[in-house]
Design a protein around this ligand. Sequence first.
Ligand code: GRF
Length: 219
Amino acid sequence: MSKNEQRHSEEDAAPLRIAVLISGSGSNLQALIDASESGQLPGVEIVLVVSNQPDAAGLQRALKHRLPTLYLPWKQREEAEARLTAILRLFQVDLIVLAGWMRIFTAKFVAQFPRCMINLHPALLPDDGMSKTYITSSGIEVPALRGLHVVQQALDAGLPVTGSTVHYVTPEVDAGPVICREEVVIEEGDTEEMLHERIKRVEHRLIVEAVRKFIQLIH
Ligand code: GRF
């Protein structure tokens, strides 16, 4: 198939149906909405936004753009996951994007969505997802920071550089194969808030790039 034919068939294909899962401000959800509305994500449709927090600011962003939006209480994990599975199936979701989603899924839940759930993590993770360290573009070995409060951990460890990574979700937390990542230099005097803001600015590009890459990979 020629490049033109391929492009044509990608455009003609049924849109990729995305669900975005959030727990907080939703600035990365906003980046996806903006990219979609401005034509930067052709063939992609955000069909559902789910939050486990009733007061997540991201819910208002979704509502403002008239996206189907849902608050899903997360008291008992298995029960909540069963509900979420049913909802994702009902909305015929092709790709689940965890954009600031603060709940850990069971291995059983993750196994239902192999290679179709991606997570945005505010630290540098190695390509295979599993190694304990990451080698930066300038050859410095830094720890692969996983879990919560990794922006503060990068500062506490005195790292020269941190960043953000989008990776496939696997049962191990923040450890799936990497789709894309970008480094962010840590500056003297950075606070957690300042550094996280700079990381988020990068993330707003990265999350869009990851969805684009995902589409290329499945076509
Ligand atoms: C991002 O920094 C993401 O990497 C982390 O949570 C933050 C979400 O920010 N998992 P927002 O809600 O998209 O503004």
